[in-house]
Design a protein around this ligand. Structure first.
Ligand code: ADP
Ligand code: MG
Length: 357
């Protein structure tokens, strides 16, 4: 099939790579003409994500359309789905673009979140901030910790600047035990398959590593699966969906979701019988989705900024280069996944890598 992908970053690139291995052909759209996906696409349209004429041209070339990025204007997907097969639908996109809408939505489904409220002005921030540690986040467009300020006991100039720029959500800061995510794929027919639970460690609010093991807390995993299924069914999503949680004891607290493959699912390329990207492609082209099985213990590290200059052949891992033209501070340039039969074996491989960080 010919598949159109809106967004040309590393997620689009890895989707495209999987699709090509499965025999499909990729057409892509992104404002950058030399973005990661162009390594694999047959034809690349270079335009902004609100350029409906240009994106429509790409859609006319293909059998089915998907996207790798949740900040495409929802009106664009609404318009496209009138004439083309677009998965996931605009409904899934709408509910995941805005931190307030997504939290209100999952609460109605009985999914726990942190306490939060909407803050739209400096005076509202002073009124609503009660001196307890909190996080102020812009409602839309934030990623990798961008567009967030942590408030300890007083309203800071950074926070005022943020709320002046954009409407925000003020969340109670949670002293979680750890962070986890679950990735699922739902087929066009509504079958849902679940990837294992990923345990995520962030540095400066940006994902640093993801660990996935056969040994997990079953209660936490079952709750995460139950929450993910409620959300996926309610959104009638077709494709891969990722949900991030804070875990405290056995409480599973929703943080955010994305209707696409996710950074914490990259390990699945080597560690599972099927990757999050392959299953996404299976779903959007109308194939059955495959139940993922974790074959090995695994750890993935993001490679950011100048770390990309390392010689990755020195390590017993699988390095993925995103082919980005320029290394910038905090920019994800690639990732490396380590797998092993045993946790001990895995730790030995990882130790060598960490020594050189
Ligand atoms: P992004 O879209 O940038 O990933 P997140 O809401 O996931 O935004 O925040 C990034 C990271 O910041 C989280 O993974 C977590 O480590 C930390 N964080 C965010 N919100 C909270 C919170 N309410 N309490 C504690 N830590 C938080
Ligand atoms: Mg996040």
């Amino acid at each position: 099939m010919k598949i159109g992908i809106i967004g040309g970053g590393q997620l689009g690139m890895m989707m495209a790579h999987s699709a090509i291995v499965m025999g499909h052909d990729i057409y892509s759209v992104d404002p950058s003409g030399d973005c990661s996906i162009t390594k694999f696409s047959t034809k690349h349209y270079c335009c902004e994500f609100d350029d409906i004429r240009c994106i429509t041209k790409m859609c006319e070339d293909v059998d089915v359309v998907t996207y790798e990025f949740e900040n495409i204007p929802v009106e664009i997907i609404e318009e496209l789905e009138k004439s083309f097969c677009v998965y996931p639908s605009s409904k899934a996109l709408k509910f995941s673009q805005n931190r307030l809408i997504e939290k209100d939505f999952v609460n109605v489904l009985g999914v726990e979140t942190v306490e939060y409220c909407n803050v739209t002005s400096e005076s509202e921030l002073h009124d609503k901030f009660n001196g307890e540690k909190s996080v102020l986040k812009i409602l839309t467009g934030g990623y990798d910790g961008k567009g967030q300020v942590v408030l300890d006991s007083v309203v800071t100039p950074d926070a005022i600047e943020l709320v002046k720029k954009s409407s925000c959500i003020l969340e109670k800061f949670i002293d979680f035990d750890y962070e986890a995510s679950i990735i699922i794929t739902r087929s066009r027919d509504g079958e849902i398959v679940f990837f294992p639970l990923s345990i995520n460690t962030h540095k400066d609010n940006m994902l640093f590593k993801t660990e996935v093991s056969k040994i997990v807390n079953d209660k936490v995993y079952d709750t995460a699966k139950d929450f993910a299924a409620r959300i996926a069914e309610s959104l009638e999503i077709c494709g891969t969906l990722a949900i991030e949680f804070f875990i405290k004891g056995e409480r599973v607290i929703f943080n955010e979701m994305a209707p696409r493959p996710h950074n914490s699912g990259h390990y699945s390329i080597e560690a599972c019988n099927i990757s999050q990207f392959e299953n996404h492609i299976n779903a959007v082209v109308g194939n059955e989705v495959i139940q993922p099985v974790l074959l090995k213990e695994s750890i993935m590290f993001n490679v950011v900024g100048r770390e990309v200059e390392k010689d990755f052949s020195l390590y017993d891992g699988y390095y993925h280069d995103y082919y980005k033209i320029e290394a910038k501070e905090k920019r994800k340039m690639g990732h490396i996944t380590f797998i092993d039969e045993t946790k001990n074996g895995l730790n030995i491989k990882v130790e060598k890598y960490l020594e050189d960080l």
